[in-house]
Design a protein around this ligand. Structure first.
Ligand code: ATP
Length: 137
């Protein structure tokens, strides 16, 4: 079964909507195969988002992702990568379709509530970044 990585970002954790976001996944056929709450260091965030190193918002992104704890999960289900992206909605919450996680819980393009792997290949890399094999059950 396909797996993808999801992160509930610091803005959503601070708002107290962890449970509401997890409910979207579980109600839509995505099972939680692994989960933990972590405080990312600057080094963690920079390494995780290394693909965005040259983007103008990289510094802000690292600062934001380390501004408080995050909840990291492995979601499993049919077409999990695409399904999760669909449930999340567009990167900019103002452009996110009604009923998506970002439309309902995100404030802005930087504080946008959730991250989801954008391809199966990246999902594998991102899952291995956070979880040991024995933690995924
Ligand atoms: N213009 C911007 N200003 C500030 N932050 C941005 C901007 N564009 C993107 N970001 C941040 O960088 C993250 C990664 O950007 P990307 O374009 O890969 O979006 P995404 O794939 O929808 O998001 P994610 O990788 O978090 O799932 C976004 O989720 C957002 O938090």
């Amino acid at each position: 079964m396909e797996q993808t990585l999801s992160i509930i970002k610091p803005d959503a954790v601070k708002k107290g909507v962890i449970g509401k976001i997890i409910d979207r996944f579980e109600s839509n056929g995505l099972r939680i195969a692994a989960m933990k709450k972590v405080q990312l260091s600057e080094q963690d965030a920079a390494e995780f988002y290394a693909v965005h190193k040259e983007r103008p918002f990289f510094g802000e992104l690292v600062e934001f992702m380390t501004s408080g704890p995050v909840v990291v999960m492995v979601l499993e289900g049919e077409n999990a990568v695409a399904k999760n992206r669909e449930l999340m909605g567009a990167t900019n919450p103002k452009e996110a379709a009604p009923g998506t996680i970002r439309a309902d819980f995100a404030e802005s393009i930087d504080a946008n509530a959730v991250h989801g792997s954008d391809s199966l290949e990246n999902a594998k890399i991102e899952i291995a970044f956070f979880f040991a094999k024995r933690e995924i059950v």
